[in-house]
Write a protein that binds this ligand. Structure first.
Ligand SMILES: Cc1ncc(COP(=O)(O)O)c(C=O)c1O
Length: 467
């Protein structure tokens, strides 16, 4: 027998151990700290061990307890960055996807998985009001943004054969860093990313966009694409999509919408996203606001031919032999990836298990929680809001008699050390802001309001002289 072979019974035993540990972990989440008691030294002590030459069998699983102990838990009081809370139904999907070990390259390699991914992508498009859009799942919003802009470049300044030439991409000053990264990787050059001014609600100003395009044309530059944000990473602001789409049409530019954070809120508040369906491509992240375990990003686009123009370069060994639209379909002709995991299984299971209405309600609850938190902050004399709350990101700070940036940075460190809630930070008009982003199906009102208590307690500890 091959030394790697294990019996089906042994697998069942391991899976039972794992599901027992996972079940206990989930049951302890409500009381778990929002950040573990750990340090760099402690994680090295736990895990920096010699490569095992001899196997230890099921004993190997014992150390999983250490992995749990040194991990940041998906706590009901986790509000950092933009990070979904991890639906356990999705986790079951991930386990099964790994057991099935499908390589979701093309229908002939993974008939069920490819079909399910295409169906689920269609469901996502329909759920956010973009019926007819197609696309694929990927590692996250950064990959989706890169692929969307690769499509834009091939459509308007083809580079695949002869290399990239100077062209200009427009986005607001609030755009996520993954766009600057994509622009660099695509050889367009970060200097050719024009950052357009925003209004008091942190939304791109269409007039400034139009002037920038005009100015570039006059200088002989080639305007290529506009990236509109539907949920900026800092404040959750939504750029005026319809107006931006009209400018894109008028100037024959590609419109990519970065909806990695916000677009899935369109399942609950579609009215805030009017104009979304006018995009040529858009990114969204089920591992953020559909609560799925990482990784699960998605790129949607209107025209599969544009995806094939950007990504199809099929070696002879992978060429499809079927003309059948189902059996001949290959994701690798519409994506940067070749080998791909069965990401769609968790989404398919979770959507079937809970139903879209349950996700709508969960997003509604996050939106309500953000408003609740904002209200409590404005009623708290020691604190102030720093930005309007458009979706579920709340930017605020503790008032300080002097040097509010340094004071709030110290407060943040202290809040995280205290371990009851986890929040992160943002820069709002150059000011250091505390930031809570609520995309957490486990949070209660009490969990959300604990943010205020914890910031006040940390402020006292840091030695605030509150105003
Ligand atoms: C607006 C926006 N775009 C893109 C990304 C990148 O997404 P990912 O972390 O899935 O690569 C993020 C992440 O927070 C985001 O908020």
């Amino acid at each position: 027998m091959n030394p790697l072979e294990i019996s089906a019974e042994e697998f069942r035993r391991l899976a039972e151990l794992a599901s027992g540990a996972a079940g206990s972990y989930l049951s302890e989440l409500p009381d778990a700290p929002a950040f573990p008691q750990t340090s760099g030294e402690a994680t090295l002590a736990a895990f920096d061990q010699p490569l095992p030459q001899e196997g230890m069998g099921a004993e190997a699983l014992v150390a999983i307890a250490d992995v749990f102990r040194h991990s940041r838990p998906p706590s009901p009081r986790f509000f950092g960055y933009v990070f979904g809370s991890g639906d356990p139904v999705g986790a079951v999907g991930d386990l099964l996807a790994s057991v099935l070990n499908q390589n979701v390259t093309a229908w002939r390699s993974a008939p069920a998985a490819v079909t399910i991914e295409r169906v689920v992508v269609g469901w996502l498009a329909e759920a956010i009001g973009c019926p007819g859009f197609v696309g694929s799942l990927c590692g996250g919003g950064s990959s989706a943004n890169l692929m969307g802009l690769a499509m834009a470049r091939e459509a308007h300044a083809a580079a695949n054969e002869d290399g990239a030439r100077p062209a200009v991409i427009y986005a607001s000053t609030e755009v996520h860093m993954s766009i600057a990264k994509a622009v660099a990787l695509l050889g367009i050059g970060r200097r050719n990313l024009r950052l357009i001014a925003v209004d008091e609600g942190f939304r791109m100003v269409p007039k400034a966009l139009r002037s920038a395009i005009q100015a570039d044309r006059e200088r002989g530059m080639l305007p290529l694409a506009i990236v509109a944000s539907a949920g900026t990473v800092n404040t959750g602001s939504i750029d005026p999509l319809s107006e931006i789409a009209a400018i894109a049409r008028e100037h024959h530019l590609w419109l990519h919408v970065d909806g990695a954070y916000g677009v899935l809120a369109a399942i609950t508040i579609p009215e805030k996203f009017s104009g979304l369906a006018e995009a040529d491509s858009l990114s969204l992240d089920p591992h953020k606001w559909l609560y799925q375990p990482v990784d699960c990003g998605c790129l949607l686009f209107r025209d599969p031919a544009a995806a094939r123009a950007a990504f199809a370069h099929t070696g002879e060994y992978a060429r499809s032999l079927s003309q059948n639209p189902v059996e001949g379909f290959a994701f690798f002709e519409e994506s940067v990836e070749l080998s791909r995991r069965f990401r769609a299984l968790k989404l398919w299971l979770a959507l079937r298990y809970h139903g879209l209405h349950a996700f709508r309600a969960a997003v509604r609850q996050d939106l309500d929680h953000a408003r609740l938190l904002a209200r409590r902050i404005s009623q708290t004399p020691e604190m102030e809001l720093l930005a309007p709350v458009e979706l579920s990101a709340v930017c605020f700070r503790h008032r300080a008699a002097s040097n509010p940036d340094a004071f709030n940075a110290a407060v943040l460190r202290r809040v995280i050390q205290r371990g009851r809630v986890y929040i992160s930070n943002a820069s709002i008009r150059g000011q250091f802001a505390l930031r809570a982003c609520i995309v957490n199906h486990r949070s209660t009102d009490e969990d959300v309001l604990a943010i205020v208590d914890e910031v006040l307690a940390a402020g006292r500890e840091v030695g605030a002289r509150s105003v």
